[in-house]
Design a protein. Structure first.
Length: 275
């Protein structure tokens, strides 16, 4: 989001959550993330005791479900390249290039975050030939720093997956639809094209879930959007944007493990294809 720091708190917080749960390297967690986590711990503990769930359980369900679908796209769908848009401090690229030796993985984000990610990955001695970091503004149509420019570096004869996590809820609907059209157009140029992302769906929300979304809005100092009333609406919008097929899954069902509570019910995962 050009000129916006709205997602920065979540980038630090999620980085710390992944590291403390064994999904990331300590080199990808930050002091800011630890401070944010500890500052919210009393609220989250109270929510857990009251049966409302926690931000941590929500984030873990979301992250593990995306991992599962990306693994499947690589193993069955011919994906050999991944662009994670608005990657922040996500450890997914670091983990996936280690577990999939044939994979090219691009962490893409705004300049401030990419600089920090590069420094962290250099310290971890991540494979620089297969694990790339690129500047990308997801709202830019073309030119330097656009998805088109980043994708132009990749092999169109190999399959590509685009992954977003924690991005869509902070964008208004018209921007989400524009991004999906851009994603579909880019993926259609490759031998196989997959899109995997989390999404909030209105009919998954009760009073407790709406209260949790308000808490998220306060945390990121901005609005958290629910763009669609149902999973059918999400699928229709993706197909209208240029995807040949699309499905939306409850994250907790995809991940197959983890705590089932009111917060994890909020997380749904998109799996869409251009073929």
């Amino acid at each position: 989001m050009s000129g916006s720091e709205t997602i920065s708190p979540t980038a630090h917080y999620t980085g710390y959550v992944w590291a403390r749960n064994g999904l990331s390297h300590p080199g990808l967690e930050t002091l800011e993330g630890r401070v944010l986590f500890e500052s919210l711990r009393p609220v989250m503990t109270a929510n857990a005791l009251l049966g409302r769930g926690t931000l941590e359980s929500y984030l873990l369900a979301r992250h593990r479900a995306i991992d599962a679908l990306l693994d499947r796209a690589i193993e069955r769908g011919g994906v050999r390249q991944v662009i994670e848009v608005a990657a922040g401090l996500s450890p997914r690229g670091w983990r996936f290039v280690r577990s999939h030796p044939e994979l090219i993985y691009v962490d893409a984000d705004l300049p401030g975050m990419t600089a920090r990610k590069r420094r962290a990955l250099e310290a971890l001695e991540s494979d620089r030939e297969r694990h790339l970091v690129r500047e990308l503004d997801v709202l830019r149509d073309d030119g330097p720093g656009s998805l088109t420019a980043v994708a132009a570096e990749l092999d169109q004869h190999e399959g590509l997956a685009i992954v977003t996590e924690g991005l869509l809820p902070y964008l208004p609907s018209y921007q989400v639809r524009a991004i999906w059209r851009r994603f579909a157009m880019t993926l259609s140029r490759f031998s196989a094209g997959a899109y995997i992302s989390d999404i909030h769906v209105g009919d998954a929300e009760g009073a407790a879930e709406r209260a949790f979304r308000v808490l998220l809005s306060l945390f990121v100092r901005g609005r958290v959007y629910v763009h669609f009333d149902s999973t059918d609406d999400v699928v229709a919008a993706l197909r209208a944007g240029g995807f040949a097929s699309a499905e939306v899954w409850p994250a907790i069902e995809v991940a197959g493990d983890g705590r089932r509570d009111r917060t994890t019910r909020l997380a749904h995962i998109i799996e869409a294809s251009t073929r």
